[in-house]
Design a protein around this ligand. Structure first.
Ligand code: 8GT
Length: 315
């Protein structure tokens, strides 16, 4: 085999209701033996990726997958092969995973990995796993700051860990004081606070990162120097650009009719699924636009990482 041949691989991220996910060590005799990976393996000629996933997890873990959704796609050039990995999130299965090939199994907590070494292609996958299923965007310009602040404690108590400040009509000073008010609540709760603004504005602000609108994303040539960076996208090419910059997530929409874009037609769930399938997203994508908490299963079914809520977060 040469490194120019593309080897198609599927891998399953088994996630338990408590959020822990399963890793397996590669057995003796395989390349990278002893490295940790997500269970899976090569797609056979003519085999559909989902069928390959079901087969591999049956062979390696003796479980039957009953619910799995497409998630991220990674390409990586190893000395032994150039691989394209299709990661699925597996949320339901029959049977208890049991190692069938001499591998070790270990359930891990997102953001607190305690096994090593990991297969190098999987580093972005681990970071993606530490992002929540639901994120929220502020819209104080429309609802008023007090309405957002009144609803925020319940959101934080429910586990909100990524809040994006989006106030397109705020001047810089107004935005700075709004961010400071929000940080008083988000910081103690361990919720990351990102701001949709010029990256230069944020020096010294109590924030964890920046969110680029689609115009800033288009103009961006290098990842801004923040711990967390996300972007708004409307097309697969923009998702591609965000991935090339090494951004942490993207928002894609709008999926359903929304007051923010009254004149543009929504993507709909099928349009979202088509865009994600054609992009083969290398970074987690949140569905955005007219959504509420109850839309999370539909978003994941379409291949999104989760949902981004705007008005729906503060009702
Ligand atoms: N299963 C799996 N493979 C991964 C992951 N990450 C990653 O880079 N890979 C790469 O994808 C390829 C998977 O091939 P494999 O050797 O596991 O395939 P397989 O189970 O069909 O075994 P085989 O070697 O007997 O054909 C390897 O090059 C491996 O290094 C991962 O998380 N899970």
């Amino acid at each position: 085999m040469t490194s120019t041949q593309l080897v198609e691989v599927v891998a399953g991220v088994l996630v338990r209701p408590d959020g822990r996910f399963l890793l397996a060590s590669r057995p003796v005799g395989k390349v990278y033996a002893g490295y940790w990976e997500f269970p899976g393996g090569k797609i056979e000629p003519g085999e559909a990726p989902y069928a390959a996933l079901v087969r591999e997890l049956q062979e390696e873990l003796a479980i039957t997958v009953t619910a799995a959704t497409p998630w991220l796609v990674q390409q990586f050039v190893y000395p032994h092969a150039h691989v394209r990995l299709r990661f699925y999130r597996v949320s339901a299965w029959q049977g208890e995973p049991q190692a069938q090939e001499g591998q070790q199994l270990n359930w891990q907590t997102p953001g607190q990995l305690d096994v090593a070494p990991m297969l190098p292609a999987n580093t972005p996958i681990l970071r993606a796993l530490s992002l929540p299923a639901i994120t929220a965007l502020t819209c104080a310009g429309e609802l008023g700051e007090d309405a957002v602040l009144a609803a925020l404690p319940a959101r934080l108590a429910a586990g909100l860990s990524l809040l994006i400040v989006r106030e397109p009509d705020y001047a810089r000073d107004q935005l700075a004081s709004w961010v400071a008010r929000l940080a008083e609540l988000t910081r103690p709760a361990g919720c990351r606070l990102l701001v949709n603004a010029e990256p230069d504005w944020l020096a010294g602000w109590p924030v964890d990162g920046v969110h680029l609108n689609s115009a800033r994303l288009a103009a961006c040539r290098q990842r801004p120097d923040f711990a967390w960076v996300g972007a708004s996208a409307h097309r697969p090419e923009e998702l591609q650009h965000a991935a090339e910059l090494g951004l942490d997530y993207a928002l894609l929409g709008h999926v359903l009719p929304t007051a923010s874009h009254p004149d543009a037609p929504p993507l709909g769930w099928q349009g979202l699924a088509c865009q994600l399938a054609s992009a083969g997203p290398r970074l987690p994508v949140y569905a955005l636009g007219g959504l509420g908490d109850a839309d999370l299963p539909a978003a994941c079914e379409a291949g999104a990482h989760g949902v981004a809520l705007m008005r729906g977060a503060w009702a």
